[in-house]
Design a protein around this ligand. Structure first.
Ligand SMILES: Nc1nc2c(ncn2[C@@H]2O[C@H](COP(=O)(O)OP(=O)(O)OP(=O)(O)O)[C@@H](O)[C@H]2O)c(=O)[nH]1
Ligand SMILES: [Mg+2]
Length: 582
């Protein structure tokens, strides 16, 4: 890095810094950092091993190239009134003059000047030129600087674009020295002082502290170095005011000072990146927080759906049961009315009794049960559909809201596009369910399975006869039993004693039969309902699960990344303090 050996403490700081910088790759990668930022970090690491880099920046035509030529004492770089420097020129020590192109936009010039063994000096394309690309080349190079020399021209000190540019340099944590060039065009020393004062107060405000400001005439300085006329040389050299600046660069900036700047420079870069990606992580966290609450809301909604369904199902079931209760009431009344002495002759005619029983007791029970079951099924299907709609709404709202969060879109494109794709595909699935929901088919399928369930508990072979027909079949069996009680004995003969007994027996039998039927029906329908509810919940949860899983996984990763960034941040601060004491 530098030509002299490092002290133990310096060596340790250097090691610690390498460690911190290298540790930043992982969290940055996990936040899908921009390629440029990763490259910048990588260069910052490499830069620790490179020679001190003094980078000259400023607007086009301010005299950056002229300044370097003056420093070198020869016109090595091209100067011109139009935008002249079109790529980065790095000046290095070399036995003889030479030029090689290392990378795109970077030319290395070698020059046999002693102090270039300690400092590499860099000329950059001017900013605020009509050629946008020049500005970009220069801005991309700024993170590599160990010290930035900002050249502004005395005829237009501090333009708006210079302010903006300086601000960006500051963000990289660079130390800045300001050069006011072309003071030869100012008429009096007082004008020079005014310009310097103006620049000092503005840059203090902009950089947060007063930078060193050197007013010079690069042109006169070079002329002084080139002329053979001793008088002219003295005069030009003094009016150029170049000496303090040259002194600063070549002497004040000694090895210790350069080492400090060298160590601080990648630190500034790392701090800037850490800060940027902590913000990115924060934005991501905020987004995930919204996702978590959406997932939570969907889950809470499903929980509510489940308990409301159970509660309301009880009402529906009671309606069905009531139909059968009503039937047994009618049965009681029927037996009270029919099984009496005065009607003994009616009772003897079994067919007639059966006909009466069918008309008065059974009546339209099966149709009523069927209607109630149909109601229940419609309700079930409606609720299921409604729940899907609910989920779809939650997801839609989330998709709409995320577009408002532009910050997240800026960094971590992969995360955001994965997330959006996922959210959209889950939303699409829900939308599709809602759009293609065939209520009739769903209801039909449910009705079939209810019927099957009842048939199974009754151990009756039914095939596809329908719930009503099935009930009639079951009731007919009941009827046969009950009316059979009446037919069995010679009612007339022992009427007086037997009739009350028969009546009680018939009523009791009917209660038992209907009770049994009700029980079977309730059990079958309840089981079916539970299965249906479980299926509905499971299907919805399955549809949302990819999103839920993504959110959970991302949260876990993010927590780790945030911790890493936080500890890097602390580590960098501590290092910065240590470097100041070197
Ligand atoms: N009067 C005066 N003119 C100068 C001085 N320094 C440079 N110039 C002139 O200003 C013009 C621009 O100088 P350059 O050194 O090419 O400026 P630059 O900042 O490198 O410009 P770009 O490479 O285009 O960004 C040239 O015509 C120089 O001769 C100076 O101290 N005084
Ligand atoms: Mg130039």
């Amino acid at each position: 890095m530098l030509r002299r050996f490092l002290t133990d403490e310096q060596e340790q700081v250097l090691l610690a810094e390498r460690h911190q910088l290298a540790g930043l790759f992982q969290p940055l990668a996990s936040l899908e950092a921009r390629q440029e930022d990763l490259a910048t970090l990588e260069r910052a690491l490499v830069q620790l091993d490179e020679l001190f880099l003094l980078v000259i920046v400023g607007e086009f035509n301010s005299g950056k190239s002229a300044f370097i030529n003056a420093l070198l004492g020869q016109r090595i770089l091209l100067e011109g009134v139009t935008p002249t420097t079109t790529q980065i020129h790095m000046l290095r020590y070399g036995e003889e003059l030479g030029e090689v192109h290392l990378e795109a936009d970077l030319a290395v010039l070698t020059c046999p000047i002693e102090w270039l063994r300690d400092i590499n000096i860099v000329d950059t394309p001017g900013t605020n030129a009509i050629i946008q690309r020049h500005q970009q080349i220069t801005e991309d190079f700024v993170p590599r600087a160990d010290l930035v020399l900002f050249v502004t021209s005395a005829d237009r000190p501090f333009s708006e674009s210079e302010r903006a540019f300086l601000q960006r340099i500051r963000e990289w944590g660079k130390k800045v020295v300001v050069v006011v060039n072309k003071i030869d065009i100012l008429e009096t020393p007082a004008d020079i002082e005014r310009v310097v004062g103006f620049i000092e107060s503005n840059s203090r405000e902009l950089l947060g502290r007063l930078p060193m400001v050197f007013p010079v005439s690069a042109r006169q300085a070079r002329q002084a170095k080139e002329t053979f006329d001793a008088d002219a040389r003295t005069r030009l050299w003094s009016t150029s005011r170049f000496e303090p600046l040259e002194q600063y660069i070549l002497q004040t900036l000694d090895e210790r000072e350069r080492l400090k700047l060298k160590l601080l420079s990648p630190l500034g870069v790392a701090q800037r990146l850490t800060e940027r990606y902590r913000e990115a992580a924060q934005a991501r966290r905020a987004l995930l927080r919204g996702d978590v609450s959406t997932v939570g809301a969907i889950e809470a909604d499903l929980g509510m759906y489940e308990s409301e369904m159970r509660r309301d199902f009880k009402y529906h079931l009671s309606h069905i049961e009531n139909v059968l209760y009503a039937m047994s009431e009618r049965g009681n009344r029927f037996f009270d009315d029919t099984i009496r002495l005065t009607r003994v002759f009616d009772l003897v005619n079994t067919d007639r009794v059966r006909g009466m029983f069918e008309r008065e007791v059974v009546a339209d029970t099966s149709a009523q049960v069927e209607a109630q079951v149909r109601d229940l099924i419609d309700w079930l299907v409606d609720k299921d559909l409604h729940q899907w709609q609910q989920v779809m709404d939650y997801l839609n709202r989330r998709v709409t809201r995320q577009h408002e969060n532009r910050m997240v879109g800026q960094v971590g494109g992969g995360f955001e596009s994965n997330r959006r794709a996922l959210l959209e595909s889950v939303g699409r699935a829900a939308r599709e369910v809602v759009a293609t929901y065939d209520k009739d088919a769903e209801a039909k399928a449910l009705a079939d399975s209810v019927q099957m369930a009842v048939a199974q508990t009754a151990l009756v072979e039914v095939g596809a006869i329908g719930l009503g027909a099935l009930l009639i079949k079951l009731l007919a069996a009941t009827m046969a039993d009950v009316t059979g009680v009446l037919a069995a004995g010679a009612v007339a003969a022992v009427g007086l004693y037997v009739i009350p007994y028969k009546r009680r027996r018939a009523k009791n039998d009917l209660q038992v039969k209907i009770g049994d039927l009700r029980e079977r029906l309730s059990t079958a329908i309840s089981d079916q309902f539970e299965r249906e509810l479980a299926r509905s919940l499971a299907t919805i949860r399955d549809a949302v699960r990819p999103y839920t899983r993504f959110v959970e996984a991302q949260q876990a990763t993010l927590a780790g990344t945030e911790t890493a960034l936080q500890s890097t941040d602390a580590g960098l601060r501590e290092l910065a303090a240590r470097i100041e004491t070197l």
